[in-house]
Write a protein that binds this ligand. Structure first.
Ligand code: PEP
Ligand code: MN
Length: 339
């Protein structure tokens, strides 16, 4: 049960609601976000919602049967829209494109990528400065100095930054230099990190775990939301299956199902989803038709020379072609397929 509280609720009113919840055997969990205040009632058994709904200080009450609550589609009439400022919007009625290299490498690489994105009207650049690598001997990113350089260049071009945060201690040092925190597939259930990201007022793109279920992803989103941050995007980036013909199995089903289960924007990552450069385009386009609100993919000035994930990184020419087709597909879908 989600109880939305009124903006100027008094502490007596809040206590009375908690007391009434206790009487029907429900435990009240307090949640305060950048947009509102809620009491999440957890318990079993039927009750008359009107008994709580009429109490002073209650704005609205919603019966949510999912065990994740605030991430659920069931209580929100309108899907979540995340406004990054300067006309960059993620969510319904706009298709978000985030592109860039797997890793931030050099000033020249950053500049060329920014120029490419600017010329295509793409507002968000991706790139890793802290890289989770399977081997400790692989390139692990330029760290905070690389991020500072990237941030100053991106500001010149008016382009936003999304980058991965790997641990709690990095949040503060990264905060001023980024626009979206990315939680990688290896950290989807790092609950300390999720709790800490709940406390910041900055959007979070939460990737699905390598072997994570949809339910687990939604519960991870619930950690961030209940920690106080409503600005969350869910990202399907492929899961590990028995199939060996490609890097991961892009779960297109998950995009449709997540859109149905949650009000949060859903972003597709076809680069990690299939892991093969030539197949990024069809998987990206399929994701649009499945209902994705945006894509995040890897592109680089010289893809075959990328320090990481070269095999799945597309050239700027391929990226331009992809952007054109993504926009055309989204338009086609919005015009003809949306009910
Ligand atoms: C990445 O985006 O480069 C990355 C490491 O992604 P994932 O966490 O999905 O593997
Ligand atoms: Mn990568």
């Amino acid at each position: 049960m989600i109880i939305q509280l009124k903006q100027h609720i008094s502490s007596d009113e809040r206590s009375q609601i908690q007391e009434e919840l206790g009487k029907i055997g429900y435990k009240a969990n307090k949640v305060k976000t950048q947009f509102g205040e809620y009491l999440i009632g957890v318990g079993k058994g039927a009750f008359d919602p009107r008994k709580i709904g009429v109490l002073p200080g209650v704005k609205d009450i919603h019966i949510v049967t999912d065990s994740y609550q605030l991430s659920s589609r069931k209580w929100k009439v309108h899907p979540t829209v995340i406004d990054l400022g300067d006309g960059v919007i993620i969510g319904e009625k706009d298709f978000a494109i985030m592109a860039g290299p797997c890793s931030i490498e050099t000033e020249d690489q950053i500049r060329k990528t920014l120029e490419h994105l600017k010329s295509e009207g793409v507002g968000i650049m991706r790139g890793g400065v802290y890289k989770p690598r399977s081997s400790p001997y692989s390139f692990r990113g330029l760290g905070i100095d690389g991020l500072k350089l990237w941030s100053s260049l991106a500001k010149e071009y008016g382009i936003k930054i999304i980058t991965e945060v790997m641990q709690v201690s990095q949040i503060e040092e990264m905060f001023d230099y980024i626009d979206i925190f990315q939680v990688g597939a290896r950290n989807t259930q790092n609950f300390n990190l999720l709790d800490a990201l709940g406390e910041v007022d900055k959007p979070v793109l939460l990737k699905r775990g390598i072997s994570g279920t949809i339910d687990e992803l939604l519960h991870s989103a619930e950690y961030i939301f209940s920690g106080g941050n409503e600005k969350i995007m869910l990202c399907e980036r492929g899961i590990r299956t028995y199939e060996k013909a490609y890097r991961n199995t892009m779960d297109i089903n998950a995009i449709t199902v997540l859109k149905e289960k949650s009000h949060l924007p859903v972003i597709a990552d076809p680069s990690h989803g299939i892991g093969i450069r030539d197949f990024v385009e069809p998987v990206a386009l399929a994701s649009v038709l499945a209902g994705a609100d945006g894509v995040i993919y890897e592109t680089h000035p010289i893809p075959q020379k990328a320090f990481s994930d070269a095999q799945q990184t597309v050239s700027f020419e391929a990226s331009s072609e992809l952007i054109r087709k993504l926009r055309a597909t989204y338009k086609l879908k919005s015009k003809h397929f949306v009910m």
